[in-house]
Design a protein around this ligand. Structure first.
Ligand code: ADP
Ligand code: ADP
Ligand code: ZN
Ligand code: ZN
Length: 747
């Protein structure tokens, strides 16, 4: 094999990496394994993706580069044979109200072509007429959003009062106003009758009427129109949905709320578009079907002339189905997709990319997938590879590790105890190797021997939200419950959107990033910093605000940021380390104050593990212990929150809650980012929380977590409309006898 067939890294020192050198085969599927914090991301993201991005940028001139993302040169001696790298991450797709699964997957344009050519009656000249984002196709009331402002009648009218008594509460109807006069003089109403006594016809006229009339106003006779109050409110207050300012929205929100558009009933299209049909279906009927039903329906489209468009549609739709998204529909707004769903949509998008020799990088693509569906992900990864690309995956799921061409195991442990290459080679070789990963791959936890017994329950009301079939969540108080089911079965809907809303003291701990800017770190977030400031202050007899870089202690040069932005008018902006504090953020004056011979910057540079042996303060050590317990020993005290992964953020949130008693905690896939060897530790943490008197509800796909729970609730049997039923609830041992449960097969 020629050397060009490898990506080669020589002496990599990024983050915790210990001068590692590595050759990764190109056009193969390589999986990176190792405990959390061992250095996998440092290799894949901070070295390979960074350098690939930087090399690509350097091919542009300096003006263009101003507008490209900034990449820094990784701390490695040499990196060879890179090509363009594409990161397929779990950042939610987001997008505005006009972005749907159909638009983002490029399936909507195909439907537009189909209807513009074959829809009856014909509508429009171009295929854009079938787009809800085009004036020709959109509903005129909501302008293609499907929702519009609807006046809240209870806020707009005081039903107890008559018109003369001031029943109209909307702005613009003051005593002396022209609009109030026009209504009072219209002769349509008994101005002294309370609104609650109006007949339906009177009410309709008051709200939506429109009749020419003359009004006596300030001594003149005006020819005008009588205009109902809602009509007028829309005309004067509701401007173009797309350009309305936040201020304008605020002003009207007391009187109106966004709700399903009353004209298009949420379809987003105008009536002409909806009238145009093929085989009895209009474009909304089709795009609003669940994908598995849509593909069957397209079988009815047999007309020879449609053949090529229909074939194209089917192939794109089946790509989405094959990755386990069969329960979604094309009208679904992208902003409501979960991280795992977003990542799968992105992956499918790249499948139809005909460029080859790319490097695809995926971070834990199995997140959110039930064990039943992992083989679908595997097919997709292999397909990306077989299209002629190099696929690099960070993954803990044994079923994904199994299909790798090549495995790189990083470790042996986390942080300073990691950063080395433990192993490279095939799956069979890994199993025989002396690594934690190899040891744990065939290791299954036994079913819990003495599960706690349910005494009392907390529950939600019965719900039919999304796909739920009038079911309730009922879990035992003070026990460890796990909620399972395939993706799209309804777990998050039931637990997070129904149960948690109805039990407002339940704390949801998910993987969303911790809010905070570059100035917040693990020590400030967990409250350790406050205690450390007090220690430094009392030891040195000075004010404790000196030991905050957000306050008096900030370096005067960089104002506590640690970096200085250089604004060079004709070249790239760049950040350099602050020459005064060298990135330490504190005023050099502050560094004269010591605690046990260390200044505050030296303390911030310590890892959680080092800090634990350094301090012997009760409060500080108990907080450090909690962070240690969730497996984040390797974090530096001063490490900024925005450098933490989703899984790390979630574990830090857990650490903050560990001393609480008598709460309900909801954990959404807490094993994300955890090595199989760390899963047992997470289970121990959950049991500790339960022993402290908390009720813990865990949404999980990890089989070891299922086996260790006291109680299991299985939602299914499938995703979307074929899910939303309660398949099993009870002690874990009982589910094994349940024939309907897909989950039972994996426990
Ligand atoms: P993994 O991907 O295996 O979980 P990482 O490569 O993310 O591990 O982390 C390896 C080590 O580098 C950890 O000690 C982590 O805290 C540290 N680290 C990662 N990113 C940063 C960063 N941006 N700043 C400082 N330390 C970091
Ligand atoms: P799970 O958590 O088991 O993966 P979800 O609760 O996310 O399942 O989804 C259950 C069903 O509800 C699916 O059909 C999904 O498409 C639908 N759904 C979930 N969230 C929304 C939403 N915000 N809007 C519309 N449909 C949704
Ligand atoms: Zn509408
Ligand atoms: Zn500074």
């Amino acid at each position: 094999m020629s050397e060009k067939q490898f990506i080669e890294i020589v002496n990599d020192r990024e983050n915790n990496l210990k001068n590692i050198s590595l050759k990764i085969p190109k056009n193969k599927l390589t999986v990176f394994t190792g405990v959390s914090g061992s250095g996998k991301s440092s290799i894949v993201f901070d070295t390979i993706a960074q350098e690939a991005g930087r090399q690509l940028n350097s091919t542009y001139n300096s003006f263009t580069r101003l507008y490209l993302p900034k990449y820094k040169r990784p701390d490695a001696d040499e990196i060879h044979n890179l090509s363009t790298a594409i990161i397929i991450d779990q950042k939610p797709l987001g997008g505005n109200a006009r972005s749907t699964l159909g638009t983002i997957s490029d399936i909507s344009p195909l439907f537009r072509i189909l209807f513009s050519r074959f829809g009856q009656p014909k509508y429009g000249t171009a295929s854009n007429a079938f787009s809800f984002n085009d004036p020709e196709g959109m509903c005129p009331q909501c302008e293609g959003i499907g929702r519009s402002y609807v006046v809240k009648l209870d806020e707009a009218l005081d039903y107890e009062k008559s018109l003369n008594e001031g029943a109209i509460l909307l702005p613009g109807y003051g005593d002396k106003s022209f609009y109030l006069h026009a209504i009072l003089d219209s002769g349509f109403f008994d101005n002294d009758k309370p609104i609650k006594d109006f007949t339906d016809a009177e009410m309709e006229n008051l709200l939506n009427g429109e009749t020419p009339m003359t009004v006596q106003y300030k001594g003149t006779e005006l020819n005008t129109s009588y205009e109902g109050i809602i009509k007028k409110f829309y005309r004067t207050n509701i401007q173009d949905n797309r350009t309305m300012s936040d201020g304008a929205r605020k002003k009207i929100e007391k009187f109106a709320e966004m709700s399903t558009c009353t004209m298009c009933h949420g379809t987003r299209f105008n009536q002409q578009v909806l009238n145009s049909k093929i085989n009895g279906y209009n474009i909304f009927d089709l795009t609003n079907m669940q994908l598995d039903q849509l593909i069957l329906t397209l079988d009815e489209f047999q007309d020879e002339r449609m053949k090529s468009v229909v074939a194209d549609l089917k192939s794109r739709i089946s790509n989405l189905i094959n990755i386990g998204l069969d329960y979604l529909n094309l009208t679904r707004e992208t902003s409501t997709l979960s991280g795992g769903e977003s990542q799968r949509v992105k992956t499918v998008k790249y499948l139809s990319n005909s460029l080859t020799d790319l490097i695809y990088i995926l971070d834990e693509p199995s997140t959110g997938l039930h064990p039943r569906d992992v083989h679908r992900l595997n097919d997709l990864l292999l397909k990306l590879r077989d299209n002629g690309n190099t696929v690099l995956v960070v993954e803990h799921d044994p079923d994904v590790i199994k299909i790798a061409d090549y495995i790189v195991d990083v470790g042996p442990k986390a942080g300073i105890h990691g950063g080395e290459i433990n192993f490279t080679g095939s799956y069979e070789e890994l199993l025989k190797s002396d690594t934690l990963t190899g040891k744990y791959l065939n290791h299954k936890l036994p079913l819990k021997v003495n599960p706690r017994v349910a005494k009392s329950f907390v529950s939600s009301s019965k719900s039919s939200l999304h796909n739920l079939k009038n079911i309730q969540l009922k879990v035992p108080e003070g026990l460890f419950s796990v909620i399972t089911g395939v993706a799209g079965s309804g777990k998050s809907t039931l637990v997070e959107q129904v149960f948690a809303q109805e039990n407002p003291d339940a704390v949801v701990i998910d993987q969303s990033p911790l809010h905070g800017n570059s100035r917040s770190n693990s020590a400030t977030y967990t409250g350790i910093m406050n205690e450390i400031r007090k220690l430094f202050a009392t030891t040195n007899g000075v004010d404790d605000s000196l030991f905050s870089y957000n306050s008096k202690g900030a370096c005067s040069e960089c104002k506590g940021k640690g970096v200085i932005e250089l604004n060079m008018s004709f070249m790239e902006n760049s950040e350099i380390e602050c020459p005064q504090c060298h990135g330490g953020r504190f005023d050099p004056e502050v560094l004269q104050y010591k605690f046990k011979d260390k200044n505050i910057v030296e303390v911030m540079d310590m890892t959680i593990e080092e800090a634990f042996t350094f301090f012997d303060d009760k409060k500080i050590n108990s907080k450090l212990k909690n962070i240690h317990n969730v497996g984040l020993d390797y974090l530096a005290m001063g490490q900024a929150l925005n450098t933490l992964s989703g899984g790390e953020s979630q574990r830090l949130k857990i650490a903050k809650e560990l001393n609480k008693k008598g709460n309900i905690f909801i954990l959404d896939e807490p094993t994300t980012g955890l090595h199989v060897s760390d899963t047992e530790n997470m289970i121990r943490i959950i049991n500790d929380m339960v022993d402290k008197g908390n009720t813990v509800i865990v949404i999980e796909h990890n089989v070891d977590v299922m086996r260790s729970a006291d109680w299991i609730v299985d939602i299914g049997p499938d995703g979307g409309s074929r899910g939303g039923e309660l398949i099993y609830e009870g002690p874990v041992a009982g589910i094994l006898k349940d024939k309907l449960s897909v989950t039972a097969k994996y426990i």
